[in-house]
Ligand binder design. Structure first.
Ligand code: NAD
Length: 490
């Protein structure tokens, strides 16, 4: 049990992410003894606050997230606040002196983590100032944790990367994709590489198709202004969906090290068939939610939401078919879909195996169900394997049965929150579950081809799916053309 020591500087410490995720996650690490007593946090945001006021807000955010909260006073005593406008070049020197004092006071060995929990337009400026004003001149390690979105397209991502690379080397940059911190996403690797029974079948001879769904019930909420410029493709597909696909499709790495795993993921992204012009229509479907019934309540259409254009051309749903053109996957479609205001909140992966060569159970006039391996990522966590077996009392009849493994912890302290894992990984210097620049660049170049087409052609049919449904009918037709259908996720 390593107990790393560091100064954690959180930029945007009065924001939503800090309150909902970062403070509770740090507290869990503290309670589990994963933080050394030698740690300190400086919260940075614009508004003036005293240390005491800031500590009270940290306390409140931990209390609202976690029921059992002993040692909270000790924990918050490690928190400090510094009011600072990140666009004001004159004020970084004061921040530097706060950091140096805490470094000396807690013997932090000059280790620093800069966590940018702020709007992305500030990422580049902050990194440049940290370097120019000497905050990155440290005796220990320096690491930059950066939230999504990493750019808006390949060009802007390159620009941002150039800015942050002036102050941090690639191995000091921890690009958050919080899906990679989820238990069952990390489990994809274990299921594949720690079992004798899956990997031999994990290819185009035995798998007919793979389906990755990440559906939300929530609409755009008050994020309309951001979402209008983003849309589901940039917000979900470029990062989370393609990361899950890379983990599902990669070759076994020669070792479970950061470099080896990342290089296998990169190869998957390189093997993804790029889409040009008209192919976009054939391989991808976009949707925008209309009004509908959800949990017995009428909810508004996307284009009626605050800060959203009535004529909006922004997609709140994407379904796509990915082809990985390599030896292992040639011919196997990997379908992805994600959207807001869908029937259920669910992230699931379904691996559908090919039919057996001959059905001996045809007498019952029942077609055999294919074997399925389902990986439940959220809200349930676990795996289900669908097999055919004879149920007791039946006569040589094959009936589908389910083998179920639920991965839920006993209480909320035992199932680590994604951010808890990722913060701990970063403190220990393990970048495996963060996105490398090469992955970012490859996924943007794939996604850019789609957004180019979508932005230049107005979708006349929007809104094209009802709130509370599973998306537009075109998403179902895409699979039907290939002889498949979406397996239900609820
Ligand atoms: P937020 O708007 O709630 O918080 C922004 C913070 O930045 C506030 O503390 C604000 O005071 C501070 N700030 C703004 N301008 C400043 C300036 N000029 N100088 C100093 N401080 C300034 O945002 P958020 O929801 O916490 O999101 C932060 C980042 O995390 C974004 O990149 C977002 O995309 C990402 N993110 C958020 C979530 C989430 O659940 N909220 C999830 C995933 C990613």
């Amino acid at each position: 049990n390593e107990k790393p020591t560091a100064l954690i500087m959180i930029f945007g410490a009065t924001g939503d992410l800090a309150k909902r995720k970062l403070f509770p996650s740090l507290y869990r690490l503290y309670k589990k003894g994963r933080l050394s007593e030698r740690f300190a946090v400086v919260g940075i945001a614009r508004r003036p606050l005293s240390n005491e006021e800031f500590q009270a807000s940290v306390k409140a955010s931990v209390e609202s997230a976690i029921k059992d909260n002993g040692e909270l006073e000790d924990f918050i005593s490690h928190f400090y606040y510094h009011s600072h406008d990140v666009t004001d070049s004159g004020s970084y020197l004061a921040l530097k002196s706060v950091a140096e004092k805490l470094d000396a006071h807690y013997s932090l060995e000059g280790n620093r983590i800069f966590y940018l929990a702020m709007a992305p337009e500030f990422f580049g400026t902050i990194a440049e100032h940290l370097k120019a004003d000497g905050l990155t001149d440290v005796d220990g390690f320096k690491r930059l944790v950066i939230e999504k979105p990493f750019g808006h397209d390949l060009e802007s991502a390159k620009q941002l990367n150039k800015q942050i690379r002036k102050a941090f080397s690639e191995n000091e940059i921890y690009r958050i994709d919080h899906y990679l911190g989820k238990d069952m996403v990390q489990n994809i690797e274990v299921i594949r590489f720690a079992n004798a029974i899956f990997e031999p079948l994990w290819n185009n001879r035995y798998i007919s198709n793979i389906q990755v769904t990440s559906s939300e019930v929530l609409g755009v909420e008050e994020r309309g202004r951001y979402y209008e410029k983003s849309g589901a493709l940039r917000d979900m597909v470029q990062n989370h969906m393609l990361q899950m696909v890379a983990l599902l499709a990669m070759e076994p790495p020669i070792r479970l090290t950061t470099d080896e795993i990342r290089s296998e993921k990169v190869k998957v992204l390189r093997a993804m068939r790029p889409l040009e012009g008209d192919q976009v229509k054939e391989y991808f479907v976009r949707g925008q939610y209309g009004k509908g019934q959800l949990n017995g309540q009428e909810v508004p259409a996307y284009n009626e939401e605050p800060m959203v254009d009535e004529q909006s051309n922004t997609e709140t749903f994407v379904a796509g078919k990915l082809m990985i053109d390599n030896f292992r996957w040639a011919g196997v479609p990997i379908y992805i879909r994600t959207g807001k205001r869908m029937a259920a909140k669910s992230t699931k992966i379904v691996i559908q195996f090919k039919d057996i060569p001959m059905n001996l159970y045809y007498q019952t006039e029942q077609t055999l169900n294919p074997n399925l391996l389902v990986i439940h990522i959220q809200p349930e966590e676990g795996i289900t394997l669908y097999l055919n077996a004879q149920k007791s009392g039946q006569n040589m009849e094959a009936t589908p049965v389910k083998l179920n493994f639920a991965n839920k912890g006993i209480d909320d302290m035992n199932t680590p929150e994604a951010y808890e894992r990722l913060l701990y990984d970063c403190m220990r210097g393990d970048a495996t579950n963060f996105t490398h620049w090469d992955e970012v660049a490859l996924s943007w170049s794939f996604v850019d081809k789609i957004s180019d087409v979508w932005e230049n052609t107005k979708e006349a049919g929007f809104p094209n799916y009802e709130s509370g449904s599973m998306g537009p009918k075109e998403a179902d037709q895409m699979l039907e053309k290939d002889g498949f259908f979406w397996w239900p996720v609820t």
